[in-house]
Design a protein around this ligand. Structure first.
Ligand code: PHE
Length: 463
């Protein structure tokens, strides 16, 4: 076990886990999900899921990882529950699917860095042509996967930890600067209103389902990424405060990304907010125009730096996504780490090709499937997101709670948490976490999972 590596200290783990959580989920998909979900109503549900339901799942994942020091599949088995291995495998598969399309979007972000570096602000209006250019985007995605694999092959503390430490604080500073700038733009107020004043008529089941999926995706939960990272955590660390920090950092960054985006959308649409619901292209179509308005020099500087840092944020997430299947084959199949890394990276890159082709290049993958009752076809990439983010992750979160409460038992969960948290037993947080894993999470996540599954894929709306 000793050559699995470990984080050098508590801060190293927190930063790496926060690096996993903070990524395209916060800056790319959060704003477009808010936009498509009608604004503030989505935001409220999202916050509810993050703090009330996801937080207990996060503590549980880290505790399982630290207890067993294993990958997700091995972890359940090591605790004495062989049948639950399947839950670990579901997580590993989710990770592989997510990384396959995530890497393509990371390629877009990296490509935008290059475009803006050369002052090509028109790229915003040419987004749909850009993503169709599969050779160019494919090359960027390949570079991205290569760098990811390189870092993962360097091991836990050398690569993953070091990369997270400098880049995250720089990105946050940069977004905050852009928030101030965007608040000075014309119509900024309309954007803020859209983002922060809820219109409850927008609150449909599918908006709630998307908010749930987005919460799990953004917090890197439900697939065992944090079981894997938890397996590298020291026994004296306080899991609860670490999880609280990770959740706050992740939600905080998503929130300020929204503050940055919506005034810009308002500015570019004269306050109408039309196009806020356009989906995956939102930041890529909106931001270049806003950067251009900073003037040629500052625009190039800030614009390219922004997309460079976004690429780095994505990188600390792709690293954690790749680490999950790698830890699995290193532990279970006894393959050397280095080989495991390059084999998995190649497989996942190839699995990402349908996503790459599904943005206009191939008709087949662009209109891959039409859900029952839906008007339009869904692309392969959106389908993969619906399956992994909105379905597998919440299901995984629900089952992890059920596992902790009814198989492993809350007593053992509590003991593991208490190792690094002397006053834990009998505290309010202990009572809350136990209530959440035994009742709240299984019930709410299970129900939401079934309802959104029926609605998204089969067009059945029960209420
Ligand atoms: N949380 C990451 C993001 O927001 C994505 C991710 C999901 C990473 C699941 C690991 C596991 O970009």
């Amino acid at each position: 076990m000793s050559n699995r590596g470990s984080f050098s200290n508590k801060l190293g783990f927190i930063l790496a886990a926060a690096g996993s959580a903070v990524g395209l989920g916060n800056i790319w998909s959060f704003p477009f999900e808010v936009g498509a979900g009608g604004g503030a109503a989505f935001l409220l549900v999202y916050l509810f899921f993050c703090f009330i339901l996801c937080f207990p799942v996060m503590v549980t994942e880290i505790a399982i990882g630290r207890k067993t020091q294993l990958n997700p599949a091995g972890a359940y088995e090591a605790l004495g529950f062989k049948k639950w291995r399947i839950l670990g495998l579901l997580g590993i598969i989710s990770g592989v699917v997510i990384l396959s399309f995530y890497n393509v979007v990371a390629g877009w972000a990296f490509g935008y860095f290059i475009e803006l570096l050369s002052g090509h602000f028109e790229i915003g209006s040419q987004f749909s042509t850009f993503i169709k250019d599969v050779f160019k985007v494919g090359l960027y995605a390949m570079v991205f996967m290569f760098v990811t694999a390189f870092i993962v092959s360097k091991g836990v503390s050398g690569g993953i930890e070091r990369a997270s430490k400098i880049l995250m604080p720089t990105l946050i500073t940069m977004i905050l600067g852009l928030v101030f700038y965007s608040l000075t733009l014309d119509h900024a107020f309309e954007g803020i209103k859209f983002y922060l004043v809820p219109d409850f008529s927008e609150l449909t089941l599918s908006v709630m389902g998307n908010a749930m999926g987005q919460a799990f995706f953004s917090l890197s939960l439900g697939m065992g990424a944090l079981i894997t990272y938890g397996s590298y955590v020291g026994k004296n660390d306080n899991i609860v405060t670490s999880a609280a920090f990770i959740t706050l950092a992740d939600v905080g960054i998503a929130f300020i990304a929204g503050l940055m985006m919506f005034p810009m959308v308002a500015y570019l649409t004269d306050g109408t907010m039309e196009g806020a619901g356009q989906g995956a292209g939102l930041i890529f179509t909106v931001l270049p125009g806003a950067f251009e308005s900073l003037g040629p020099l500052l625009g190039v500087l800030i614009g390219s730096l922004f997309f460079l840092l976004l690429s780095f944020a994505a990188l600390t997430s792709t690293v954690s996504l790749l680490e999950v299947p790698v830890a699995y084959i290193v532990d279970e199949k006894k393959i050397k780490r280095n080989r495991a890394v390059w084999i998995m990276a190649t497989i996942i890159f190839v699995l990402g090709i349908p996503s790459l082709l599904s943005n206009g290049y191939s008709g087949f993958f662009s209109s891959f499937i039409t859900y029952v009752g839906a008007e339009n076809a869904t692309s392969f990439m959106d389908f993969a997101q619906n399956v992994a983010n909105d379905t597998f992750l919440p299901l995984g979160g629900c089952l992890i709670s059920i596992f902790a409460a009814y198989a492993w038992k809350t007593k053992n969960l509590n003991e593991e948490i208490a190792l690094g948290y002397p006053n834990y037993m009998g505290s309010f947080i202990q009572k809350y976490l136990n209530f959440a894993v035994t009742i709240l999470c299984p019930l709410v996540l299970g129900t939401m999972f079934l309802l959104t599954l029926l609605q998204t894929f089969f067009g059945v709306t029960l209420f």
